[in-house]
Design a protein around this ligand. Structure first.
Ligand code: KG4
Ligand code: ZN
Length: 339
């Protein structure tokens, strides 16, 4: 089954053709990131405008690169939640019109389910059940993946997402948006023990995260140094800060894997590209005899291939939509309802 999938939840306008949820026939991504950098973050209005301009072009390219015609496509899939509402609506309306005009089923996909499914494209042997740490710019979840379409949230962030926390710390050090990647690179050259950042604790749930105190601690450190004219070694600040974020992510994930008896652990989302997170999780899973799956770096960030992968399993589970489909800015991964 060949699915033409779309992703437009943030600043990437993407289309891909995916076969049977596992094989990428094409994947095209146009990004407004360079333009967004001028403003230090994603301006929703700019994202929506670029999606509207680019979506038909990326669709045509995805079909051409896969060497398939619209007649050979079996279903149209689209990210319908969560994300920037104006941005999502461009993809949803385009996919609805295309599915209607070509008389194909329409399959809505939850963005975070898509991030998890990126792993199915790279690891043909991976099947649920498994425990997944989903860490992106907007979300940080520990999720039990019971089947391809059944999810349970075990832990979540109470405030900032891990990616957001990386981006805000990076911004305070003058790095361009999104600073997570640059911070990770600079951290490689620093001393992770140079600064003793706090380990924010969440009362009530041992699997939940809280990153805002850590973010404030690094921003305060930088501001104080600036006020007294002190020069800090940013490599040490980055390394110490990254070490603490990664420690929090790994500790809760491994605790949940122990408690709920998971032998397979999976990483997903933009932050799963983080070098220290990948190293630390590899070591922890090796030590405890667990299997670890991570997306290749090319599939960590937003793309439409991951949406096409998840859409295949949503379609098999009967989760197609009709032309009344709407986009939603928020939606829990475990309670997906399309109206
Ligand atoms: O999944 P994603 O592409 O978009 C969302 O769905 O949010 O994630 C983007 C986030 C950004 O916050 C970005 O800074 C972060 O992922 N990110 C990283 C790294 N690469 C991307 N954070 C830390 N280290 C990285 N290497
Ligand atoms: Zn994403």
């Amino acid at each position: 089954m060949k699915i033409l999938a779309f992703e437009s939840s943030c600043d990437e306008t993407a289309a891909a053709v995916v076969e049977d949820g596992r094989s990428v026939l094409s994947s095209v991504i146009a990004s407004s990131l360079e333009e967004q950098r001028l403003y230090g973050g994603v301006v929703p209005e700019i994202a929506s405008r670029r999606h509207a301009e680019w979506i038909s072009g990326v669709a045509e390219q995805a079909l051409a690169q896969a060497s398939v015609t619209m007649q050979e496509i079996d279903a149209v899939a689209v990210t319908a939640a969560p994300g920037l509402i104006g941005a999502l609506l461009v993809g949803v309306n385009y996919a609805k019109s295309l599915a209607f005009a070509a008389n194909k089923p329409l399959v809505p996909v939850h963005h975070l389910r898509g991030h998890i499914a990126a792993n199915y494209l790279a690891h043909q042997d991976l099947q649920p059940p498994f425990l997944c740490l989903v860490v992106s710019g907007g979300h940080s979840h520990i999720v039990a993946v019971d089947s391809y379409t059944d999810f349970r949230v075990i832990g979540r962030t109470r405030d900032d997402a891990a990616g957001e926390c990386f981006d805000k710390a990076a911004r305070a050090m003058g790095m361009p948006y999104p600073g997570g990647v640059a911070l990770d690179k600079i951290a490689e050259t620093g001393n992770p023990k140079a600064y003793n950042f706090p380990r924010p604790h969440v009362d009530g749930s041992e699997y939940d995260f809280s990153f805002s105190g850590l973010k404030t601690a690094v921003i305060n450190l930088l501001h104080r140094a600036e006020q007294v004219g002190e020069t800090l070694d940013h490599a040490d600040v980055c390394a110490s800060f990254r070490d603490r974020v990664v420690e929090m992510l790994c500790t809760n994930t491994m605790k949940a894997a122990d408690e709920f008896g998971y032998r397979t652990v999976v990483l997903a989302g933009g932050v799963s590209a983080n070098a220290e997170l990948r190293r630390r999780m590899t070591a922890l899973c090796e030590q405890s005899g667990r299997k670890l799956y991570m997306p290749p770096l090319s599939l960590c960030g937003d793309n439409a291939a991951m949406i096409g992968a998840q859409a295949y399993y949503e379609y098999l589970a009967g989760n197609a939509a009709d032309s009344s489909l709407n986009a939603a800015p928020t939606m829990p991964i475990d309670k997906v309802v399309w109206g």
